[in-house]
Design a protein. Structure first.
Length: 475
C-alpha cells in the first residue's frame, strides 16, 4: 500500500455499482505493464499478415547479399611483341565489334624485320634456283661424258684387240718367213757346194781333156746359178730378219693400244665418279630447299609479329578501361585495355552452405540490385562443385589443431532475365539475391549453360592472325 493510500480518509458511505466498474477500469488502465502488453498485442495483430508472409518467404527462399553482377573481363595485350603505344582508336565505354582495331604498337621495327627477311628469302630462293640449274646441268652433262668415255673405252679395246691380232699374225708370218728363208739358204748352199765341186772337177777334166767343153760350161753355169741362188736366199733371209723390226713396231702399237685402253678405263672410272657430283648437287638442292623453307617460316613469323602490333577486339563488347597512355612502352603480354561482352553478364551469389538446401539449377531468383529501384528476375544456371575458400590465395591450414568453424560459401551462377534495363547493367554492382526453393529444371539449366559456353567460345576459337588482323581497320 502506498503512503497516499494510507493517509486518505475512509468513506463511510457504501460504494455504488457504476462507480465500482469505472474505478476498476481506471485502475486497469493505470497499470503501465498492462498498457504495454495491450499495445504489443495490437501491433502483433496488425503485423500478423505481413509477418506471416515474411516468415514464409524466409523459409522458402535462400537469401544472401554476398552477390555481385559479373562478366568475363578480358585484358587485351600485345602477343609476342613489345614497343611503344602509338595509336588508340577507342576510348573507355566505347562499344566495339569483333575484329575492330583497338590500338597499335609501333610497327616500324617489325616492318623493317619483315623487309629484311623478305630480302633473305629472295637470296635463299636465288641460291635454290642456282642449285637447281647446277643440278640440271650436271644431270645432262655427266651421263653424256660417261657415254663418251664408254665409247672411247670400247674403241680403245677394239683397237687393242685389232693390234694384238695383227701382232700375232705378223709374228707368226715373220717367223715362218725366216724359217723358210733359212731353209732355202741352207738348200742353196748345199747346191752351191755340189755345184762348186762339179765345177772344179769338170774344169780339171776339161783341162785334161777328159770331159767336153760343154760339160765344163754346164758345170760352171750350174755353179754360178747355185751361187746366185745362195745370194738370193741370203737376201730373202735378210728381208725375213728385217721383218722382225716390223713385228716390234706392231708390238709397240699393240702396247700403245693397251695403254690407251687402260687410259680409257681410267677416264670412264673418273667420269663415273662424277655421279657423286650429281648426288652432291642433289644434297645442295635439298639444303637450299630447307633454307628457303626456314627463311619463309622466319618471314611468316615476322609478318605474324607485325600483325600482332595491331590489337583487335576478339569479340563484340565494351571497352571498360585503358591501362596505358600513348607513348608508353608496352612489354609483350602487358594489358593495354580491358573489355567484356555484355551478353555474358550474369550474377554470382556466394551462398552459405547452410542455405543450399532446396536450391537447384533452374530455380527462379529475385535480384535486388542497389543501382535499380525495381528488382530483376533470374534463374539459377549452376551451383559450383567447390567452395570459394578452395581458391583463396592463402589456403586455411587447420592441421595445427587451432580451428574456428566458419560457414563456407558456394558460388551460384544466376542468369539475369533481360528487360529494358539490361543495357544499364554494370559489372561489379552489388546484388541481394533470393532464390526460390524447389526441384529446379535441370534441362533448362543445361541448355542455358551450353548457350553461355557457346557464346563465350564463339569468338575465342584459335584463328590465324592474318584473318583477325584483316577484320580490323587498316592504318
Amino acid at each position: 500500500m502506498s503512503q497516499h493510500d494510507a493517509q486518505a480518509p475512509l468513506d463511510p458511505r457504501p460504494a455504488q455499482p457504476g462507480a465500482s466498474r469505472s474505478g476498476l477500469a481506471a485502475r486497469l488502465w493505470g497499470n503501465r505493464w498492462l498498457r504495454l502488453g495491450m499495445a504489443a498485442a495490437l501491433v502483433l495483430l496488425a503485423a500478423a499478415p505481413f509477418a506471416g508472409a515474411w516468415v514464409v518467404h524466409r523459409f522458402t527462399h535462400s537469401i544472401t547479399d554476398d552477390a555481385f553482377v559479373e562478366t568475363h573481363v578480358v585484358n587485351i595485350a600485345p602477343q609476342e611483341v613489345s614497343g611503344h603505344l602509338v595509336r588508340y582508336l577507342v576510348q573507355e565505354h566505347d562499344e566495339v565489334a569483333a575484329g575492330q582495331l583497338l590500338a597499335e604498337i609501333d610497327p616500324v621495327p617489325y616492318r623493317e624485320q619483315v623487309a629484311l627477311l623478305q630480302a633473305k628469302l629472295g637470296v635463299a630462293e636465288a641460291e635454290l634456283a642456282a642449285a637447281h640449274t647446277s643440278l640440271e646441268r650436271l644431270q645432262a652433262q655427266i651421263p653424256r661424258e660417261i657415254a663418251v668415255a664408254q665409247r672411247a673405252l670400247d674403241a680403245a679395246k677394239a683397237e687393242q684387240a685389232r693390234d694384238e691380232s695383227t701382232l700375232q699374225f705378223t709374228t707368226e708370218d715373220t717367223e715362218k718367213g725366216i724359217h723358210e728363208a733359212r731353209s732355202d739358204l741352207e738348200a742353196a748352199r748345199a747346191r752351191l757346194d755340189l755345184a762348186e765341186k762339179d765345177h772344179t772337177r769338170y774344169a780339171t777334166l776339161f783341162a785334161k781333156e777328159a770331159a767336153t767343153q760343154r760339160q765344163s760350161q754346164e758345170a760352171t753355169r750350174t755353179y754360178q746359178t747355185s751361187q746366185a741362188e745362195v745370194n738370193a736366199s741370203e737376201a730373202r733371209l735378210g728381208r725375213a730378219l728385217a721383218a722382225e723390226k716390223k713385228v716390234e713396231a706392231v708390238r709397240q702399237a699393240a702396247e700403245a693400244a693397251a695403254h690407251q685402253a687402260r687410259r680409257a678405263e681410267q677416264a670412264l672410272a673418273v667420269a663415273q665418279t662424277r655421279r657423286l657430283e650429281i648426288t652432291e648437287a642433289e644434297r645442295q638442292v635439298e639444303i637450299k630447299t630447307l633454307q628457303v623453307g626456314e627463311a619463309r617460316r622466319a618471314l611468316d613469323v615476322a609478318k605474324t609479329n607485325l600483325r600482332y602490333t595491331r590489337l583487335v577486339a576478339p569479340f563484340p563488347g565494351v571497352v571498360v578501361h585503358l591501362y596505358r597512355h600513348l607513348g608508353d612502352y608496352v612489354p609483350a603480354g602487358t594489358p593495354v585495355l580491358s573489355m567484356y561482352n555484355p551478353e555474358l553478364t550474369y550474377v554470382t551469389a556466394n551462398l552459405e552452405e547452410t542455405k543450399l538446401e532446396g536450391v537447384a539449377p533452374g530455380n527462379a531468383a529475385r535480384l535486388d540490385i542497389d543501382a535499380f529501384s525495381e528488382p530483376f528476375r533470374g534463374r539459377v544456371v549452376w551451383i559450383e562443385k567447390a567452395t570459394g575458400a578452395n581458391f583463396a590465395l592463402v589456403p586455411r591450414n587447420v592441421s595445427s589443431g587451432e580451428f574456428t568453424k566458419v560457414v563456407q560459401r558456394v558460388p551460384v551462377r544466376i542468369l539475369v532475365e533481360k528487360d529494358e534495363r539490361w543495357p544499364h547493367l554494370r559489372a561489379g554492382l552489388s546484388v541481394t539475391v533470393a532464390i526460390e526453393h524447389g526441384p529446379g529444371d535441370m534441362a533448362w539449366a543445361e541448355q542455358k549453360a551450353r548457350e553461355m559456353r557457346d557464346l563465350e567460345t564463339r569468338y575465342n576459337r584459335p584463328q590465324r592472325p592474318d584473318r583477325a588482323a584483316g577484320q580490323g581497320n587498316q592504318p
